[in-house]
Design a protein around this ligand. Structure first.
Ligand code: COA
Length: 334
């Protein structure tokens, strides 16, 4: 995506929040025909986090943002815009951005939600980037937050073992240096994939009724095998494409930051790019698939551990319901 604005957008802070409650694979063994070994070998997941029933997605998002503000040592009043990536908004409306803005007292910020499922964070980051590149905004927060336990059918072994709850945020600020920050973005959608991964209930097509609830239409539905096949190809292709397009070789890339849906998809993507294991950010074993939060939580954890440094090339890649997918190239700025 060509930058025609006067600035580049650079990530200047990160923060994340995960709930304390850990659900390990043994938990599912107690009531489902599944086992720890199957889950680990087929997905790479050992445990995931679950937020309390009475707490919403915004609870985690607010805490992720508070941690980001602390890391950047700034107050919330400096924030111009808050973009929330989520498939589990607190409610249909008001937007979760409005709820977060109120909770944080972000009196100088406007905001909105973006729904692109597992690609929500990269779609939101690409959107936020435009506001910075144009010079219209100086400090934009993108928070990826999902309480997947709210839309998971815990009787369905095909899906319930996959998902977790988490939130993570990044801050974008402008720089006149066109060689640092977000350098490129490739975003794609293909509505043909909608039939394999969706949540049919609760929208205007199937508003909530006793019938839609009885039919469990308010839960995630996934045909895993089809999504798996398309995700491997989609994510690997676009990750490779952004590398090629920017004349980068695998040894110049510090990290692939993949969406954490399945370890086998992540490995296939890294292999296609010629990247060894230690150049791939991974936290799927701890958190499962936390949808919009996977990519920023990886970055935040690796940054916190001192593993990301100025000048590093990061390729962020995702694939999700829609289908939605894409890649972003970042040269780390701090
Ligand atoms: N425990 C034990 N067996 C299970 C199981 C579980 N939790 N879930 C499914 N199975 C069974 C299936 O019923 C099937 O049994 P059958 O052969 O008797 O019908 C068998 O395991 C194989 O199922 P399959 O769906 O082919 O497994 P898989 O290797 O494709 O793995 C997923 C399933 C969901 C882990 C995998 O398909 C996947 O990760 N898909 C993509 C997820 C993704 O990327 N989503 C995109 C963004 S969210």
């Amino acid at each position: 995506m060509e930058n025609k604005g006067p600035y580049n957008a650079m990530i200047t802070a990160v923060g994340h929040y995960v709930p304390d409650r850990v659900i390990d694979n043994k938990y599912f063994e107690q009531y489902l025909d599944t086992n720890d070994e199957w889950i680990r070998t087929r997905t790479g997941i050992s445990e995931r986090r679950r937020l309390d029933k009475d707490k919403p997605t915004s609870y985690m998002a607010v805490r992720a943002i508070q941690s980001l503000l602390k890391n950047r040592n700034i107050g919330i009043e400096e924030i111009d815009l808050i973009i929330v990536a989520t498939v589990t908004p607190d409610m249909i409306y008001p937007s979760t951005a409005c709820i977060i803005q109120k909770e944080l007292g972000a009196k100088n910020a406007w905001g909105f939600d973006i729904l692109a499922a597992c690609s929500g964070f990269i779609f939101s980051l690409t959107t936020a980037m435009q506001f910075i590149q144009s010079g219209s905004h100086k400090k934009v927060i993108v928070v990826g937050a999902d309480k997947m336990s709210a839309i998971t059918n815990f009787e369905d072994r095909n899906t319930c073992i996959l998902f977790g709850d988490a939130a993570a945020a990044i801050l974008l600020e402008p720089t006149e240096d066109k060689n640092i920050g977000i350098l490129d973005s490739i975003m794609r959608i293909d509505g043909e994939g909608g039939k394999y991964l969706h949540q049919l209930g609760g929208g205007s097509l199937n508003p909530a009724t006793h019938d839609t609830v009885d039919k469990k239409m308010h839960f995630v539905y996934q045909e895993g095998k089809n999504v798996f096949k398309d995700a491997v190809k989609g994510m690997a292709d676009v990750s490779y494409e952004i590398m090629q397009k920017n004349d980068l070789t695998s040894d110049q890339i510090s990290y692939l930051v993949p969406h954490q849906a399945n370890m086998r998809i992540i490995t296939a993507c890294a292999e296609r790019m010629g990247l060894p294991e230690d150049k791939v950010m991974v936290n799927i074993h701890k958190y499962g698939n936390a949808t919009s939060a996977t990519i920023p939580s990886c970055i935040s954890e690796y940054w916190q551990a001192g593993k990301v440094k100025k000048g590093d090339y990061l390729i962020l890649s995702s694939f999700g319901a829609g289908y939605t997918w894409g890649s972003i190239l970042v040269k780390w700025a701090y």
